[in-house]
Each structure stands twice: as C-alpha cells, then as structure tokens.
Design a protein. Structure first.
Length: 97
C-alpha cells in the first residue's frame, strides 16, 4: 500500500510540475545562452582537458601510415573491344548470359 501511495504522490507532483512548466516562458537570448553553455559543458574535455592533461597530442596529430596503400605487384587489365560489333558479340558469346 505504501508503494501505491508513493507512486501516486510522485506522479501527481510530476503532473503539477509539467503544468507549471508549460506556463513558464523565457526570452530567446536565454535559450541561446543555455544552448551554448550546454555545448561547452558537454565538450569540455575535448576542448580544454585534452590539451593540458594529455601528452600524446603530438602523436595524435601525425598522419597515420597505412600499409594497404602500397601498390600491388599484380597489374589489373581490362580487355577493350576495338569496335562496337566486337563488344556486342563478346557479350552474346558469354556463357550463362
């Protein structure tokens, strides 16, 4: 019974708070300043913390060396038909088409 009573009072308080917040209005500059504050607060470690506390900044700024960009030893070749008729006959001669 105590749980039901507590849930009732919590839901009643939330409903009254919601009604009060619907009538509460702030001017636009307050919303803009609040949004800017939230943006700075949510990215604080990215903006300020990592520059002063992290000594690996130089390592993260370097370009990573990728081994997969090395050229392959096997060249790729594509057959080029000399005329349109050769291309059409090669397409019709292909098995399974």
């Amino acid at each position: 019974m105590k749980v039901w009573l507590a849930c009732f009072f919590v839901l009643f308080a939330l409903a009254e708070l919601f009604d009060w917040l619907q009538e509460f209005n702030l001017p636009l500059p307050i919303y803009i300043l609040g949004g800017a504050f939230l943006a700075v607060a949510s990215n604080y470690d990215k903006i300020f913390g990592s520059y002063f506390a992290d000594s690996n900044i130089e390592a993260s700024l370097e370009q990573p060396q990728l081994d997969s960009l090395t050229p392959s030893t096997n060249p790729i070749s594509f057959p080029i038909a000399s005329t349109v008729e050769d291309a059409q006959t090669s397409q019709t001669d292909a098995p399974g088409v």
